[in-house]
Ligand binder design. Structure first.
Ligand SMILES: *[C@@H]1O[C@H](CO)[C@@H](O)[C@H](O)[C@H]1NC(C)=O
Ligand SMILES: *[C@@H]1O[C@H](CO)[C@@H](O)[C@H](O)[C@H]1NC(C)=O
Ligand SMILES: *[C@@H]1O[C@H](CO)[C@@H](O)[C@H](O)[C@H]1NC(C)=O
Ligand SMILES: *[C@@H]1O[C@H](CO)[C@@H](O)[C@H](O)[C@H]1NC(C)=O
Ligand SMILES: *[C@@H]1O[C@H](CO)[C@@H](O)[C@H](O)[C@H]1NC(C)=O
Ligand SMILES: *[C@@H]1O[C@H](CO)[C@@H](O)[C@H](O)[C@H]1NC(C)=O
Ligand SMILES: *[C@@H]1O[C@H](CO)[C@@H](O)[C@H](O)[C@H]1NC(C)=O
Length: 500
């Protein structure tokens, strides 16, 4: 048995060993803490240096456009426009309790019940009385699946205050779709002067936008806002699809949209059925008020088709969800802003390529044109008997041509040319002639062309070519445009039948 002393020594030894261990650990912790403190201090110093640096940068560099609004520039803006108007500074319901009733231009006898989808679009006056709206409506109505059509509202906001124009548009729609208006499927609403904030003293908009463009964009923002608030307030449907008044769609688009909606695995805010502008963006109707208010807040600064891209992430959707192929295509060439020409087309739209109607013999030839085109829609496509079509990327002007130069002289019986496509009926050949020649000039052209036909409604069909020219040695023929036209040209097929 160990004595008391030994035990004590043993204990003291153990305790001191433990203490040493503790001391070691403590020392380590202390040194770690010291290092961390040093790092934090350094970082803080660096941070302040950076702030100062960037402040200097912002202050001294007014010329440079920055994505973040520079400090000095904000001061400038405040100085320039102390009364920058915020809209809505009022709630339409406060101004006019039943403003949605007032906005309704044509009511329906049918009962309003909650449907699956509302399709909303704003239409405004365009130059030269061009109206695409009727094509849009017809495309929407004929291409909807019948069983889905009962679950749809189409709301059209007439945003021009010209009463005669409003009456014109309304009466045409009433004439074309009496049943749809009667049972409430088509609703026509209008905006009124008092619903708009000031559009005359816009001080804060993108550099490079002219005054008229800034005004036009600002007004369009408010038009959208009014339409969205209307749909939100009347609780028409579960979903809302925003369209423009110059688009067309494809057969069965409602079913395709439903499928895409049902296929979404996670939460979403916005589904897109076109990649362009404010075309074919789908929202939950209950989100429309928030969207409307955000667009309204920045109605001077940003067009809605930019703001929605910032709205979606705020609503926790951080990537765009675009259905490809897309279901809606832009057809308008004259925007409602006077003189402004738009020709943007969606790259992913399902262009249902039509079968060639009349297969010709089409002997080997060169196909030449001075029109611009996309490689996907090359001139050869028009002459090919089985595949594709030609689509110009510019609007044909007077004396532009589309030419076939045969490798060998040919005896031709008949030439058939069809332009335009079902889905782009406007992109056809308008005022043009068909000419043939039997005199080679060089390898790419002929001289002494004779006119043998004229395009009527985008088509030409000359059945007695040899009689007209009295020759069997045809070397070239061409489409020659007699006038400039407002649309791009699609040449769907060129069929050449040889004499037997
Ligand atoms: C201002 O910007 C220019 C070019 O972006 C740059 O070279 C210059 O150093 C900047 N000036 C200051 C004071 O930061
Ligand atoms: C607003 O509409 C409600 C319900 O349709 C109606 O009862 C009320 O009288 C209307 N108020 C005004 C001021 O028109
Ligand atoms: C409204 O009328 C159109 C045309 O007759 C019809 O196709 C549609 O199903 C009707 N909708 C309702 C909800 O009755
Ligand atoms: C309304 O229609 C009439 C007849 O079609 C036409 O003459 C007139 O220019 C149109 N007015 C407007 C403002 O569109
Ligand atoms: C626009 O600004 C001018 C000059 O600052 C002012 O006289 C005018 O009343 C303003 N108009 C509107 C509609 O605010
Ligand atoms: C027509 O197009 C198809 C597909 O691109 C191609 O294989 C074929 O060779 C073309 N025919 C002619 C006559 O160019
Ligand atoms: C066609 O040409 C032949 C000779 O090449 C001539 O005899 C005949 O009269 C011509 N016919 C017409 C309609 O010009």
């Amino acid at each position: 048995m160990p004595n008391c002393k030994e035990v004590i020594v043993l204990l003291v030894n153990r305790i001191s060993k433990k203490m040493k261990k503790r001391k070691n650990i403590l020392q380590r912790i202390l040194s770690l803490v010291t290092v961390m403190v040093v790092i934090v201090v350094l970082q803080t110093i660096l941070f302040f240096i950076q702030i100062q640096h960037s402040a200097q940068f912002y202050q001294n560099n007014n010329s440079k456009e920055l994505s973040i609004r520079p400090i000095t520039s904000t001061k400038e803006v405040i100085g320039r426009s102390p009364k920058r108007i915020l809209y809505p500074q009022f709630d339409l319901n406060n101004v006019y309790q039943n403003w949605t009733d007032t906005a309704t231009l044509i009511g329906s006898s049918g009962e309003t019940y909650r449907r699956y989808l509302t399709i909303g679009l704003v239409t405004a006056k365009r130059p030269q009385n061009t109206v695409y709206l009727y094509n849009t409506l017809s495309s929407l109505i004929t291409n909807a699946n019948r069983e889905d059509f009962r679950e749809i509202y189409i709301v059209i906001l007439l945003s021009d205050l010209d009463q005669e124009w409003r009456t014109n548009i309304t009466s045409v729609i009433l004439n074309k779709y009496p049943q749809e208006v009667k049972n409430g499927t088509i609703k026509i609403i209008g905006s009124f002067d008092w619903m708009y904030p000031s559009l005359t003293n816009l001080t804060h908009h993108r550099k490079g936008h002219s005054k008229s463009k800034a005004k036009w964009k600002a007004k369009q923002n408010i038009d959208f806002v009014l339409l969205w608030l209307y749909v939100y307030k009347t609780k028409l449907s579960e979903f809302y699809l925003h369209l423009e008044d110059d688009v067309i769609t494809v057969g069965g688009y409602t079913k395709a949209m439903k499928t895409f909606i049902n296929d979404q695995k996670g939460e979403w805010t916005c589904l897109e059925f076109s990649e362009l502008g404010m075309i074919a963006k789908l929202y939950h109707t209950h989100d429309l008020e928030a969207l409307a208010k955000m667009v309204a807040l920045f109605y001077q600064e940003q067009p809605a088709d930019n703001t929605y891209l910032h709205f979606n992430p705020q609503m926790l959707q951080f990537r765009r969800i675009i259905r490809k192929p897309t279901l809606f295509q832009h057809i308008g060439m004259t925007s409602s802003q006077w003189g402004h020409v738009q020709s943007i087309k969606d790259r992913f739209f399902v262009a249902n390529v039509q079968k060639k109607l009349s297969k010709g013999d089409n002997p080997p030839a060169k196909v030449l044109t001075n029109l611009k085109f996309l490689s996907k829609h090359s001139p050869e496509n028009a002459y090919n008997t089985s595949f594709g079509y030609f689509w110009s990327k510019s609007k044909p002007k007077k004396n532009d041509y589309f030419r076939i130069v045969f490798n060998q002289p040919q005896a031709i019986q008949r030439i058939v040319i069809n332009s335009g496509l079902d889905i782009f009926p406007e992109d056809k050949v308008y005022n043009a002639v068909l000419e043939i020649s039997s005199k080679n000039n060089n390898r790419n052209d002929c001289t002494d062309y004779n006119i043998i036909g004229k395009f009527v409604n985008g088509k030409v069909d000359v059945q007695n070519v040899p009689y007209l020219l009295n020759t069997t040695e045809i070397r070239c023929f061409q489409i020659r445009f007699k006038n400039s036209q407002n649309f791009w040209a699609i040449i769907q097929e060129i069929s050449v039948f040889l004499r037997r």
